[in-house]
Structure formats: C-alpha cells, structure tokens
Design a protein around this ligand. Structure first.
Ligand SMILES: Nc1ncnc2c1ncn2[C@@H]1O[C@H](COP(=O)(O)OP(=O)(O)OP(=O)(O)O)[C@@H](O)[C@H]1O
Length: 265
C-alpha cells in the first residue's frame, strides 16, 4: 500500500505525534511530539531512562506504540511500513548482528534484504569498508569484531541502501577517538547532501558540535526542542540540560557515602 505524501509541501523527514508507550503499567513514553526537518542533524538527549531508546524503537517501526503516529518522509511507519522502512537506516544500541557472517557477507546479505542490485551492493560495500577502515577485517567473522568495529559494520549496513533518514542510538559509545572521528565525518558528508540523521547520545559536547536541532527528553516527555541555538538559549547545551532536567544534588540520595574513599588499609 502506497500513500504518497499529500499536498505540495515537502514533508518533514520525521513527524512524531502523541507517541506513547507503557510497560507493565509504567509509562515510558508519555505523548512525544517531534518534527525533524529534512537535512537536519537531530540530537535526542535525556537522562538514563528518559525514553530515548523506546521512542527511537517506535519511530523506526521496531516497537508498536500504544498510541501516536510516526511518518518518515510523509509515509506512516505503522500504516505503510514498506514505504517508510525503505527510507530508513537504523543503527540500534546493542545491535545484534549475524555473528557467523564476515563483515563483507553481512553487507551482501543486507544488500539482498534491501533489494539492491548485486553490483551496487559490491561497489558500495567495498567503499564503505574502506572509508570505515574495515577493508582488511572484511573477511573476518563479525563475532571476532571489537565493539567499535561492530558499530562501524552496523553503520555500513545502515547506510548501504542510501536511506534519506538515518537513526542511530548511541552511535559513538565505546568507539575509540579515531573511529569516532571517521564516523562523524561519514555522517557530516551524509547530511551535507540533504539526508537526515537522528541520533541519541549522552555526550553533550558531541551533540552541540554536530547537531543543528535538539530535543531534550525527561520522564518520557519532550521538555525542549528546536534548533540547537534555540534550545541552548545563550548557554552551553550542558548548562541548559542541567537547568531543564535538574542538576544533581550535592550528595547521593539515601546516604552521604562518607565511607567511600576513606580506606585505611
Ligand atoms: N522492554 C521493556 N520492559 C519494561 N520496561 C522497559 C522496557 N524498555 C524500556 N523500559 C523502561 O522504560 C523507560 C525508558 O527506557 P529507555 O531505554 O527508553 O530510556 P533511555 O532514555 O534510552 O535510557 P538510557 O539513556 O539509559 O539508555 C525506563 O524506565 C525503562 O526501564
């Protein structure tokens, strides 16, 4: 079923309205609305348990929402999953890969799933492996890859079909500085041509350096969103985040930890 985007206006890369999810009666995502403009580098930040991963899973069609709608490039992710998912690349957090395939085999398999012509898959796979520094490791089994290498092969698989919108959950966690810079450069190049990146991160400096737009989530709700400068409101993103989310109290809850660090032995 195909529903072309209505009207003359170019649809946003991603529109999220009223997204909601409960787990065992506990609300994880509580009516999230987001508009991600095309060509933006969109950062999703929030404290642990804020609902970032749950939101991203629903937005990318991996987890069914209790309520709400999501469109990607004008296509409803839940009503029109084929058209919407065709336009999505995903690098989830804790990505499960096919461990017994080599990196190259994984990309070939991804190319087939994405219905790419074999020649295109081969050419694109070799280029991605090279740019990401995985050419030599391409024939090694994924099970033998380091955490950083897994992120990079996952990114290659997510980019292979050249989707207009790429979703990344903590893409640079556990990645060494050189690999992180490589990934950043690939993402910058990708957005420079009008494609859109949505990513979640805890690293404010990274979000401030890369993103054009930001949403701050806390307790399942969006508490600020818009352009980076709009959200920052003249301060650093970290300061603004602390202000909105609540800076930690001087002492840990439930105790002073007076015993900590006072070892005499
Ligand atoms: N499958 C699940 N079953 C039960 N509760 C869940 C499940 N997934 C998430 N939750 C709960 O939903 C809330 C939001 O979790 P989520 O993983 O989306 O947060 P997050 O912002 O991605 O956190 P973090 O920064 O720690 O990764 C948390 O309270 C979490 O315990």
């Amino acid at each position: 079923m195909q529903h072309p985007p209505e009207g003359d206006a170019v649809p946003a890369a991603v529109e999220v309205r009223g997204l909601r999810k409960e787990f065992d009666g506990k609300v994880a995502v509580d009516g999230v609305d987001l508009t991600v403009p095309r060509g933006s580098f969109y950062g999703l930040v929030g404290p642990n348990g804020a609902g970032k991963t749950t939101s991203l899973s629903m937005i990318t069609g991996l987890l069914r929402p209790d309520a709400g709608t999501v469109t990607v490039a004008g296509y409803d992710v839940w009503q029109d999953p084929y058209e919407a998912k065709h336009r999505i690349g995903i690098l989830p957090d804790g990505l499960r890969l096919f461990e017994r395939l080599s990196g190259r085999e994984l990309l070939r398999y991804t190319g087939r799933l994405r219905e790419l012509p074999a020649q295109d898959t081969e050419a694109r796979a070799e280029e991605l492996l090279e740019v990401l520094g995985l050419t030599e490791a391409g024939d090694k089994l994924v099970v033998d890859y380091s955490t950083g290498m897994r992120k990079k092969i996952g990114l290659a698989a997510a980019l292979l079909h050249n989707p207009p919108v790429l979703f990344l959950d903590e893409p640079l966690e556990s990645v060494d500085p050189v690999s992180a810079e490589t990934i950043r450069e690939v993402l910058r190049q990708y957005t420079a041509t009008g494609s859109t990146v949505v990513f979640s991160s805890h690293v404010m400096e990274l979000v401030a350096a890369l993103c054009t737009h930001v949403a701050i989530l806390a307790k399942g709700r969006v508490i600020a969103d818009g352009t980076l400068d709009g959200v920052r409101a003249g301060r650093s993103l970290n300061e603004r985040f602390m202000e909105l989310v609540g800076a930690p109290a001087g002492k840990a809850k439930g105790g002073s930890l007076a015993w900590l660090g006072s070892s005499s032995g």
